[in-house]
Design a protein. Structure first.
Length: 297
């Protein structure tokens, strides 16, 4: 009985921040953990252009590292292939790597690619908070203030789209300022829905989203944002959520690293992503803490 009670408390501890009645009763008492947004248009820690450039930089590096397995895509994009071959050639000259697996290219793990490109890696591990379960840590390197340190993966639901059954007991649903919901649960019905939508939208060899965040082996190591825990009086927030709509000119070949997919296939709008941006410099070994509340005043 004691073990069951502890498990119920643990589940409630992670779920209560998504439970509207609890939020209404506790907003005044939890002012330190609130993130105030004067207007939805001002929910920007850094410019969208900066978010775009950081994601582009990381995804291009991941693509080049995985170049040997992109043959089907590159065959349909000859101009893009030439651009990446030039980048790959420059990279090889700079690194002067002798051991190689494909045309002089050495393969790195996605985490190594992230470190070599952005100067840090993040990963999931047991949280430093008691009974918080899994958390996210900077496992290597240094994160400067204003850097995109993580992404919140999941299925994107517009207003009035069906999410009731997916939301039951689900602590991984993120609500955007405009009411858009992102289900970042990597298990159960949520997992099945994401995979179904992702495979529905695939165009030949072109994957429109990344499914690897549903597994232990991540293709995009940034896609761990749903496991970032809420800040407390002892652990202040060091990252903040920022909503980002993927622009139409986002490179087609790099969409395979986007850890989000829309629930409705027929909606003509930009894909909503949520990134986590560093509010201060974050050192190696630190756990990431965010604000679960967003109040538009």
């Amino acid at each position: 009985a004691g073990g069951m009670l502890r498990e119920l408390r643990r589940r409630w501890g992670s779920y209560k921040y998504r439970f509207v009645p609890w939020l209404a009763l506790n907003l005044r008492r939890q002012r330190r953990t609130l993130r105030y947004v004067p207007e939805s248009s001002q929910d920007k820690i850094i410019a969208d252009e900066d978010v775009f450039e950081m994601l582009l930089k990381a995804f291009k590096a991941l693509f080049i590292n995985d170049f040997s397995r992109q043959a089907d895509i590159l065959a349909l994009l000859p101009e893009v292939k030439c651009q990446y071959l030039e980048l790959l050639t420059v990279e090889q000259k700079c690194s002067k790597v002798n051991s190689c697996t494909h045309q002089g290219q050495r393969m790195f793990s996605p985490e190594e690619v992230l470190f070599n490109t952005l100067g840090f890696t993040v990963s999931r591990d047991r949280s430093s908070l008691v009974s918080a379960g899994t958390g996210v840590f900077v496992t290597k390197g240094f994160v400067p203030k204003g850097t995109v340190v993580s992404m919140y993966p999941g299925t994107v639901y517009r207003k009035h789209e069906p999410i009731f059954f997916q939301s039951l007991g689900n602590p991984f649903i993120f609500r955007c300022i405009d009411g858009v919901l992102i289900d970042g649960n990597d298990k159960g019905l949520s997992r099945s829905v994401y995979r179904s939508c992702s495979r529905r939208d695939q165009l030949g060899p072109f994957q429109m989203s990344d499914e690897s965040w549903l597994t232990a082996t991540l293709q995009n190591p940034l896609a761990v944002g749903q496991y970032v825990n809420n800040c407390s009086h002892e652990k202040a927030a060091n990252v903040c959520y920022q909503e980002f709509d993927v622009p139409g000119h986002f490179p087609l070949e790099l969409k395979q690293y986007l850890p989000n997919i829309v629930y409705s296939h027929d909606i003509e709008s930009h894909l909503r992503c949520v990134v986590l941006v560093a509010l201060r410099d974050i050192k190696q070994g630190e756990e990431l803490f965010s604000n679960y509340y967003t109040v538009v005043s």
